[in-house]
Design a protein around this ligand. Structure first.
Ligand SMILES: Nc1ncnc2c1ncn2[C@@H]1O[C@H](COP(=O)(O)OP(=O)(O)OP(=O)(O)O)[C@@H](O)[C@H]1O
Ligand SMILES: [Mg+2]
Length: 271
């Protein structure tokens, strides 16, 4: 499972669309399942499932029909398709909604249906562009469980998400990108350790603290009235700071992918 992270407009969806053979590759080369995207589009698409960033279900059809009609793009025999539709609706827990028109589904149900639709051709590669956006914690956990299941079955999953805890939990490897360029690549733990260290100490910003930090040659970042101190030895630094300078508030926590993301791509809003 591979994650693409990056701020709004970084080029994640554009990259996903190139992998799906929808957007042209303007530079370099791109192979999916050892096939070139510019010459083997049909073959690649037949092995691929896609959950696009925007839901694009057919509102004129029921839940069941949406999947059945989609199966025709892959020449799946009708009997087999009907069997798969039932299985997939069960997989995403939508069997009860089988005969409902999709426009009356909730946001989370629509997302689960799009995931089921992406699996109709039993893909080897699954592309997920922000699969859990807007979902409640229950639906998100359900999707995570399904994705882990698919991963166990050997499906390659490519994911974008702004929920960095999700990426940290699920992905084996990831890149952080911005302006169409890769900034880092590695495992979630690997990039956290490389760019932040194991822990972050958060303390209230004051001149005395900054002096202490400089004396200790600690790595830190000032964010408004808070200071983030990057540390592999949180306990030692916390104790030093508590002894040496007057602090009103200090807390330590494990570093996360979100810290890496903000460090690499800045804290200012895009566009
Ligand atoms: N390599 C690139 N060079 C120049 N422009 C690019 C490149 N990649 C993407 N763009 C442009 O940047 C814009 C946003 O790209 P895209 O939709 O891929 O962003 P995103 O990372 O998916 O953002 P979001 O998190 O908001 O979904 C588009 O207008 C796209 O054409
Ligand atoms: Mg996008």
């Amino acid at each position: 499972m591979f994650g693409f992270l990056g701020p709004n407009g970084a080029g994640k969806t554009t990259t996903m669309r190139m992998i799906q053979c929808i957007s042209p590759v303007t530079g370099g080369s791109l192979e999916v399942l050892d096939m070139d995207v510019s010459t083997c589009q049909r073959e690649i698409k037949s092995h691929m499932g896609v959950v696009p960033q925007e839901n694009n279900l057919d509102e004129d059809f029921t839940v069941y029909e949406n999947l059945l009609v989609y199966s025709r793009y892959f020449d799946i025999p009708k009997d087999e398709a009907e069997k798969r539709v039932e299985e997939l609706l069960d997989f995403v827990q939508l069997l009860e909604k089988k005969d409902v028109m999709t426009e009356s589904l909730s946001g989370g149900m629509k997302r689960r249906l799009v995931l089921a639709r992406a699996l109709i051709n039993r893909p080897d590669v699954l592309i997920l562009d922000e699969p859990t956006v807007g979902l409640d914690p229950q639906a998100r956990h359900l999707i995570w469980e399904k994705l882990r299941n698919l991963k166990k079955q050997g499906v390659t999953i490519v994911l974008t998400s702004h929920y960095l805890d999700e990426v940290e939990k699920l992905c084996d490897r990831l890149v952080v990108m911005d302006n169409g360029k890769i900034l880092v690549e590695g495992s979630p733990m690997g990039v956290i350790e490389e760019f932040i260290g194991s822990d972050i100490i958060e303390a209230e910003n004051n001149p005395e603290l900054l002096e202490c930090l400089q004396q200790k040659e600690a790595k830190y970042e000032i964010i408004g009235d808070t200071v983030h101190i990057y540390a592999d030895n949180a306990r030692e630094i916390s104790e030093f700071l508590l002894m040496e300078c007057s602090l009103s508030k200090i807390s330590a926590r494990p570093a996360t992918l979100e810290d890496v993301f903000l460090k690499l791509t800045g804290r200012r809003l895009r566009e």
